[in-house]
Design a protein. Structure first.
Length: 405
């Protein structure tokens, strides 16, 4: 009964809350909105803006020989895009659209006249219409820098163009969104030649592969390259993927000696300790420095309704966090002295998706950094996380069945 009332209230909020606008139409393909789509040259690069009928997960990466920027969406009908889209734009040689070889993904490829790399990739949703607007800003880089980052993300089909026939997504598996923290102008923690953004992207890719190999999970990453993705966009990607859970992955740095080992955080308006508060401030500061604020001021009623949704989602997130901590401990992997924390991380604020933030370790601790750089250690940690996620999903499904009764 409680779930039925809650569902009715959330439906009532459809015209008031960003949650409802983002969540509509998951089962249908997104359509490109030609009147809201443009490619234009700026003083220092090129900006692509795509209007879509609804939000969908997307990934951005670069390819060399020739210089290209590819953006994959899950998935988009390109029929409405006018012929010759992008022609005559300085810095661009061609714009092509079609399907990627990976089933269920659509692709747009920008062929460049000179090396340029994505600086910002963001998605904003219109509250009234539910339409989504994707913006990718490209800026010039050296040939060496471009080649160092170019290449297909691990696990993708090895095509270099949008020629393949699209295949519809098949559901029925657990959908996990992995969110590698930081990237772009926000590298996160830095120790010598290592950045947090690079290390957690590697970890997330490997974890995604481990989850997919079970045959029980489908995985979406909020970023596949070193591109700045605003925090609200990361949540939007998770909603568009109809995620069963969101796991944000970090390896931050705090004052020497204050933090080591894995920690799992859930959302709270008040931090569980000073370290948690400091981390939340670090994570959210990047969006402020970029001058990007994609958040919307919720209507008071909609805010109350989303708080109601969180009363159901929050215990599920806490159960997920507890299960991950248990799995890490059982695998004899190092845990922080206080392995469960709470803080107001923006990326955990989805009212409808159980979300946790995982610190796999702290780069400020030398032994933690050595672990994160060790492929064997990463594989053991990833195996523990897979075990924890799948066990949680089974328990969560049983709990949902009992509530329906």
């Amino acid at each position: 009964m409680r779930r039925a009332v809650l569902s009715l209230l959330l439906a009532l909020a459809a015209s008031l809350a960003p949650l409802a606008a983002v969540a509509q139409g998951f089962g249908a393909l997104a359509r490109v909105l030609p009147g809201e789509s443009v490619v234009e040259a700026g003083e220092e690069g090129v900006t692509l803006i795509l209007g879509l009928s609804q939000p969908v997960p997307f990934r951005v990466f670069t390819l060399a020989d020739p210089w290209r920027v590819a953006i994959d969406f899950r998935e988009v009908l390109w029929d409405g895009l006018p012929e010759g889209f992008g022609e005559g734009v300085p810095g661009l040689q061609a714009v092509e659209t079609g399907a990627a070889l990976d089933p269920g993904w659509s692709r747009i490829v920008l062929t460049l006249a000179a090396p340029m790399a994505p600086r910002i990739a963001a998605m904003e949703t219109d509250e009234a219409s539910g339409a989504a607007f994707v913006r990718v800003d490209l800026g010039p880089v050296t040939e060496e820098a471009f080649r160092a980052r170019a290449g297909l993300p691990p696990g993708m089909a090895s095509d270099s163009g949008p020629e393949a026939e699209a295949v519809a997504r098949s559901d029925g598996r657990l959908v996990i969104v992995l969110d590698p923290g930081h990237a772009g102008v926000d590298p996160g923690a830095v120790r010598g030649e290592h950045t947090e953004a690079d290390l957690v992207l590697t970890f997330a890719r490997e974890l995604a592969d481990a989850l997919r190999r079970t045959g029980r999970a489908e995985v979406v990453l909020t970023r596949e390259a070193d591109v700045f993705v605003p925090l609200p966009t990361r949540v939007t990607i998770a909603r568009a993927a109809n995620a069963d859970a969101l796991v944000s992955i970090h390896a931050d740095a705090l004052a020497e000696g204050r933090a080591r080992g894995a920690t799992v955080y859930t959302l709270s308006d008040t931090a569980s300790d000073a370290a948690s508060a400091a981390l939340a401030e670090q994570h959210d500061r990047a969006d402020l420095l970029q001058g990007i604020d994609l958040s919307r001021s919720d209507d008071v009623v909609a805010g109350v309704l989303m708080d109601l949704a969180r009363t159901e989602t929050a215990p599920r997130a806490e159960a997920l966090a507890d299960r991950l901590v248990t799995a890490i401990g059982v695998a004899d992997m190092r845990l922080h002295g206080r392995p469960r924390g709470e803080a107001g991380f923006t990326v955990l604020r989805a009212a409808d998706i159980p979300s946790v933030l995982l610190e796999i370790g702290f780069m400020s601790d030398e032994s933690d950094l050595e672990n994160i750089l060790d492929p064997g250690w990463r594989a053991r940690m990833q195996a523990a996380l897979v075990e924890g996620l799948l066990d949680w999903a089974e328990t969560d499904a049983v709990r949902a069945g009992l509530l329906r009764q």
